[in-house]
Design a protein around this ligand. Structure first.
Ligand code: S3P
Length: 413
């Protein structure tokens, strides 16, 4: 993919539907009682993996455009499941299957096979689950077991781990409590509550008891993690963007806080909050200041950190990302792959153990070739970084953007 530099990326548009919420709407309705319709579903690679897995387990799922109809299977079939590139599918399903009296094997692509699964299998085993892994990774197999609640204090903030324990807790005897060190996205909690599950959130602790969720219709909001690339395109090109109907769950809006602190002008209109908050987000570019990102805010912008590193190149001064060691275990090692991509575009950026230091010089030269390294967010970060540069860039492996944002290249180029 060739990216030509652009002045003033000015648009009013919708963005791709939320990946995290689409996964959950399909997966949870696929074991709930009744039938539900998911509208504005994301049909990127990862969510297609979730649909395929839930069908293989026995749910009836039909897809018509971006509308997905789901009829839940209260009893699952034994199955061999392909989660593709999707960590969310793998980790949430492992938790769900642990108490479902089923034998299922989960596997995926080369990237997924490198990602740590012990963070999920350890608490599940403590609940009585029988899960075997391949050196702590997929392929992993879940076997029938009777689960009991635990009080689990998570070593890292991760919505995937938290959700796996919650989903096991739905099928466990007694009370399950899970506490995280900082608040990660809470879409699982909000959706299960809307489905009538016995679940409560109090600060950093979620408490759940055995429940039989009922199917609910879900209208998926736009994904703020995808919108972020459009906001980024506006701020690096001196433009202005309004993204309409985007999810504004406060566990996801760290990017808004950081862009505001950098000096960008951000307004929110048409805000509403039913199950998930939603609104129209407008950003107008302005001279950018550098930022300091520390561990407390990291969970609310974890997927936006490569992009924020790119934007930091357009500020004047040194930006620091710390407390973000989780970046190393994403679809790629995002500390290494972000530094590699931005360096190819002429950035002055250094990796650290838990983040990056970016020396911003008010712009980028561009002109190089970046490699997405099989990671959708690195492909899109390269595009935004190059859009505001002097020379643009070429991106190898750009097609991986369709994992979370089908249609991204048509919008950006
Ligand atoms: C996700 C949680 C995050 C995020 C991922 C989606 C989710 O991962 O990076 O893209 O939908 O729960 P972790 O929970 O591993 O931080």
């Amino acid at each position: 993919m060739h990216i030509r530099p652009l002045k003033n990326f000015d648009r009013v548009l919708e963005t791709a539907p939320d990946k995290s919420i689409t996964h959950r709407a399909v997966m949870f309705n696929a074991f709930a009682r009744g039938e539900a319709t998911v509208t504005n579903a994301l049909l990127g690679g990862d969510c297609k993996s979730t649909i395929a897995c839930m069908r293989a387990l026995g749910a009836e799922i039909t897809v018509d455009g971006s509308t997905v109809k789901v009829k839940g299977a209260t009893v699952f079939k034994d199955a061999t499941l392909d989660a593709g590139n999707s960590g969310t599918t793998t980790r949430l399903l492992t938790g769900l299957l642990a108490g479902k009296n089923v034998t299922a094997t989960l596997d995926g692509d080369d990237s997924l096979r490198t990602r740590p699964m012990k963070r999920v299998t350890e608490p599940l085993s403590a609940m009585g689950a029988i899960v075997t892994t391949t050196d702590g990774k997929v392929p992993l197999t879940v076997r029938p077991a009777v689960l009991h609640g635990i009080d689990y204090v998570m070593p890292m903030a991760s919505a995937q781990v938290k959700s796996a324990v919650i989903l096991a807790g739905i099928n466990a005897d007694g009370v399950t409590r899970v506490t995280e060190p900082a608040l990660s996205r809470n879409h699982t909690e909000l959706m299960l509550k809307a489905m009538g599950a016995d679940i409560a959130q109090d600060g950093l602790t979620v408490t759940v008891r055995r429940s039989e969720p009922k199917a609910v219709d879900v209208r998926v909001p736009g994904d703020i993690s995808s919108a972020a690339f459009l906001l980024g395109a506006a701020v690096v090109t001196g433009g202005s963007v309004t993204v309409i109907n985007v999810g504004l769950n406060p566990t996801r809006t760290g990017i808004v806080e950081v862009l505001r602190a950098m000096g960008a002008k951000i307004t929110i209109d048409n805000y509403s909050d039913e199950v998930e908050p939603i609104g129209d987000l407008t950003v107008k570019s302005a001279p950018l200041r550098p930022f300091k990102i520390t561990k407390e805010i990291v969970p609310s912008l974890i997927d936006e950190l490569p992009l924020l590193a790119a934007i930091a190149c357009y500020a004047n001064g040194t930006s620091v990302i710390s407390g973000a060691e989780e970046l190393k275990v994403k679809e790629s090692d995002r500390i290494a792959t972000t530094v590699e991509a931005l360096t190819a575009l002429g950035a002055d950026v250094e990796p650290t153990e838990d983040g990056m230091i970016i020396h911003g010089h008010g712009g980028l030269k561009g002109g190089g070739t970046t490699n997405a390294r099989g990671d959708h967010r690195i492909a899109m970060t390269s595009a935004v970084a190059a859009l505001g540069s002097e020379l643009g860039c070429d991106i190898d492996g750009a097609e991986t953007a369709s994992i979370s944002y089908p249609g991204f290249w048509e919008v950006i180029c």
